[in-house]
Design a protein around this ligand. Structure first.
Ligand code: HH2
Length: 272
């Protein structure tokens, strides 16, 4: 079960989290939904395609992305968030800034998705205070501009697992009601690291928390399939996500909701 503030989501079958980037510079859909009205339309489309929850982000965290100020991130996020919450669909907010998370939680956001893995104590305190669950993601350093210089691991699975375990325990001890774990594909990781993490995902699942994966349209998918344009990396993304599902992932963070829903419908009939 995933705790979403005033409701829950049954995780006995895999779920789809639809990505909505309110940014000018995201790697695959930058500037498409910067305007709140277009963001709302996109949110409606993702819901109609079968998204179980949405993930709204207003700062790109792709390798080398320029950081965004608190004020700019709030300006991009909050009007769209307010409108999208009216749809009644659960909304996660993808931010690493406690100042932004605080405003989002005040408006009613259902889940906090922190790519820096709750390293900031203020983020932990906020989730605990609002009784809101958090996605704890691994990146080797909490800085998208510097992370690729840290793509060096001995045993990548052991290192990612140790980080996630420690951050989860810290958060739960501080009163965060639930954590979702995410190995952070592409965040300070090369193709070989991403493949190893995927092949051994059950070791992260064994920590006993729901696991979310996000490989949608990412560079590693392009490297595997030879598809250069991010928006066209749909089939490779679906294949990798189905593999992750077989390994125990329960939430797929994706741009292409309809494609994943169809694939999961077939997968559920065979495996579920
Ligand atoms: N990936 C991205 C952003 N947020 N959050 C989690 N939990 N897991 C991920 O793998 C993840 C994430 C990057 O993808 P996207 O949002 O499409 O791009 P950008 O950061 O350029 O906006």
């Amino acid at each position: 079960m995933l705790w979403l503030r005033d409701r829950t989501l049954d995780l006995s079958r895999p779920r789809v989290m639809g990505i909505l980037n309110l940014t000018p510079d995201s790697f695959s859909d930058g500037s498409l939904y910067l305007d709140p009205e277009r963001a709302l339309e996109r949110a409606k489309t993702l819901v109609a395609e079968g998204a179980d929850l949405l993930d709204l982000g207003a700062e790109s965290t792709r390798p080398g992305a320029e950081p965004v100020s608190v004020e700019e991130e709030k300006k991009r996020l909050l009007p769209a968030l307010e409108a999208i919450l009216e749809l009644g669909v659960p909304v996660s907010v993808d931010t690493r800034k406690p100042e932004v998370a605080a405003e989002a939680l005040k408006l009613g956001a259902h889940l906090i998705n922190d790519v820096t893995g709750l390293r900031d104590e203020r983020m932990v305190a906020l989730c605990a205070r609002y009784g809101v669950a958090a996605v704890v993601m691994h990146m080797p350093v909490p800085d998208p501009q510097a992370m690729m210089a840290h793509a060096r691991y001995g045993d990548v699975v052991a290192e990612v697992k140790a980080f996630l375990k420690a951050q989860a325990e810290r958060a739960l001890r501080a009163g965060v009601p639930q954590v979702v774990l995410d190995p952070g594909f592409g965040f300070g990781k090369l193709l070989e690291h991403n493949l190893t993490l995927l092949k051994r995902l059950e070791e992260i699942v064994a920590l006993g928390h729901p696991v979310l994966v996000g490989l949608s349209r990412k560079r590693s998918i392009g490297e595997l399939t030879g598809v250069e344009e991010p928006a066209k990396r749909v089939f490779g993304s679906v294949a990798a996500h189905l593999f992750a599902t077989m390994k125990g992932a329960r939430i797929l963070r994706v741009h292409d909701v309809a494609a994943h829903r169809e694939a999961l419908a077939a997968w559920n009939a065979l495996w579920g």
